[in-house]
Design a binder for this molecule. Structure first.
Ligand code: HEC
Ligand code: HEC
Ligand code: HEC
Ligand code: HEC
Ligand code: HEC
Length: 402
């Protein structure tokens, strides 16, 4: 979800005062809600309703689940889901625009949200009708997409089996723990207002691609199977890892990143021309071989940079760069200008023609990097220590002119 301009939202004090006469005191008077309030309909327009603590437990925080489910907890802590709220980019963008809707995917439980949104005046996302949430839990908010976001509903823990040795009330519901859970958040296309749009199409890309046809879903690839104990002393069971590896670009400079490699690279170098002044050709084939959707997918600011260069030890003689990604214009109205993301199975060839330099010894280099966002946008949000990219391929050919 992106917009790159500062938008001044009509603040709580202006509109809430006219709707909920006792906004400041924290409770909500539904009888004063304006008649042109439109109910919320889309799944991500509302938080998951307030969840009580399942019998047998004392908290629904991930930290508390982690006292028994230690390994799963350690995996989840490294995941992007665990950073969905504390993500510096998220905080920068969300604070600037103060849009309620962001929270429904980044801190999805009502327990994690300071306000409860009950409708939109005139159906406009800029004017939500909100009331203070008396059950707001700041500790849970910091956990972002925690265990309870996916596993707690109606006072029960949702699992895959009905035969449970757990001290907590569990409910067997494999349908809930299916890829639909992922798609609910990873697929949303909506213009919230002219310069704020939501364009995550990972679910659609997957549904029309070859992985779907082969019976592989988000969970098959992003939660690999492992045989281990869910809780120490309870015996091994087949279950799944909870790192949710993705792009592999860490959120914090000191963070170990867990990623997946979607692309395969093969290079070809022309050998015929070796005299200075001749034109030589270097090719790189990039195939989206392992991802079940486009690469990059999701956030429209993501891109991949392919860089060819001819260098000697002192300087770059010539270089050429290619970009794989989307280009958007954000203001005054968000609009996609181009999109050359690699669809599943697609192979793209990048050609680099260069003149053999008039030096005896040079290096022909190729480097592919994956980027979360460009530097300009990072500076716009004052994200100075935020890791922006990782290197995913590098090849160097030392060439000698005889
Ligand atoms: C006091 C220890 C303890 C705590 C705290 C705990 N669990 Fe469990 N949980 C267990 C045990 C024991 C099992 C059964 C393990 C087995 O069968 O191998 C289990 C099983 C599960 C299962 C599989 C379904 C089932 O019932 O067998 C899920 C899902 C689960 N827990 C999620 C959670 C979540 C989410 C939390 C935190 C909100 C949590 N647990 C907190 C001990 C705990
Ligand atoms: C983004 C959603 C998501 C989050 C967050 C998440 N899980 Fe899961 N979890 C799943 C899914 C989906 C499965 C089932 C995967 C499968 O098909 O085997 C699962 C499986 C499990 C199981 C095995 C269930 C069984 O019956 O065999 C346990 C235990 C579990 N999770 C515990 C946790 C704990 C503890 C946390 C937090 C530290 C957590 N999960 C966070 C989605 C999630
Ligand atoms: C409640 C909404 C929600 C649900 C449910 C959810 N996700 Fe996510 N997921 C997110 C958000 C938000 C992020 C990004 C957080 C950030 O970067 O600040 C994310 C990040 C990811 C990433 C990492 C992206 C990267 O760049 O590294 C992967 C992979 C992922 N999710 C897979 C899954 C899978 C698989 C499931 C289903 C088992 C799932 N998600 C369920 C909201 C959700
Ligand atoms: C066939 C395996 C496969 C399937 C199915 C799959 N993914 Fe992925 N996914 C990958 C791989 C591999 C990557 C790493 C791509 C790369 O190289 O950046 C990835 C990356 C991602 C990312 C990180 C964004 C990025 O551009 O790197 C997200 C988010 C994600 N997947 C979510 C999902 C969701 C949601 C689903 C289900 C609708 C899904 N994936 C289905 C393999 C898969
Ligand atoms: C429909 C669910 C949904 C909503 C609503 C949503 N997000 Fe996200 N957000 C995601 C998912 C899913 C990702 C994972 C990124 C990906 O697929 O590349 C994500 C990732 C992000 C990231 C990390 C981008 C990156 O490249 O790592 C930021 C920052 C972010 N969202 C900010 C916001 C803000 C600000 C809002 C509100 C204006 C918002 N999001 C609303 C689902 C959502």
């Amino acid at each position: 979800m992106k917009n790159k301009k500062f938008i001044l939202l009509v603040s709580c004090s202006v509109w809430i005062a006219s709707i909920l006469s006792n906004c400041q005191s924290g409770s909500q008077k539904t009888d004063t809600v304006r008649l042109d309030t439109i109910p919320l309909t889309k799944i991500w327009e509302s938080a998951i309703p307030h969840q009580s603590i399942p019998k047998g437990l004392t908290s629904i925080s991930a930290e508390s689940c982690g006292t028994c489910h230690q390994e799963i907890y350690e995996e989840w802590k490294l995941s992007t889901h665990a950073a969905a709220f504390i993500d510096p980019q998220f905080l920068a963008e969300w604070k600037k625009d103060d849009v309620y809707v962001c929270l429904n995917c980044h801190t999805p439980l009502q327990n994690q949200q300071e306000f409860v949104v009950i409708g939109l005046i005139g159906g406009d996302h800029r004017t939500p009708v909100k009331a203070r949430n008396p059950n707001f839990d700041t500790k849970l908010q910091l956990e972002g997409i925690n265990c309870a976001s996916c596993h707690v509903r109606n006072g029960k823990i949702i699992g895959l089996t009905s035969i449970s040795l757990a001290p907590h009330i569990s409910l067997e519901n494999p349908k809930h723990l299916s890829e639909q859970l992922c798609v609910n958040c990873h697929n949303a296309v909506e213009e919230l207002y002219p310069d704020l749009v939501c364009t995550f199409e990972t679910g659609d890309e997957w549904a029309k691609g070859p992985a779907f046809a082969q019976g592989k879903n988000c969970i098959s690839c992003h939660m690999p199977i492992v045989e281990r104990e869910l809780v120490k002393g309870f015996g091994k069971r087949k279950n799944r890892r909870h790192y949710f590896p993705g792009s592999g670009i860490p959120k914090f400079a000191d963070q170990k990143s867990v990623g997946l490699a979607g692309l395969e690279f093969t290079s070809e170098i022309s050998k015929e021309t070796i005299r200075p002044g001749d034109i030589a050709n270097f090719k790189l084939n990039v195939e989206n071989k392992y991802a079940g959707h486009n690469v990059p997918t999701g956030d429209p600011e993501r891109f991949i940079n392919v860089r060819f260069s001819v260098e000697n030890k002192d300087s770059v003689i010539v270089e050429k760069q290619f970009r794989i990604g989307e280009e958007w214009e954000w203001y005054p109205k968000a609009a996609k200008i181009s999109d050359n993301n690699l669809s599943p199975g697609e192979v793209r060839t990048f050609n680099f023609e260069y003149e053999i330099p008039d030096i005896s010894d040079f290096v022909l280099g190729i480097e592919v990097t994956k980027h979360r966002m460009n530097e300009e946008n990072a500076m716009f949000d004052s994200l100075f220590d935020y890791p922006l990219s990782i290197k995913i391929f590098e090849e160097k050919h030392r060439l000698k002119i005889e």
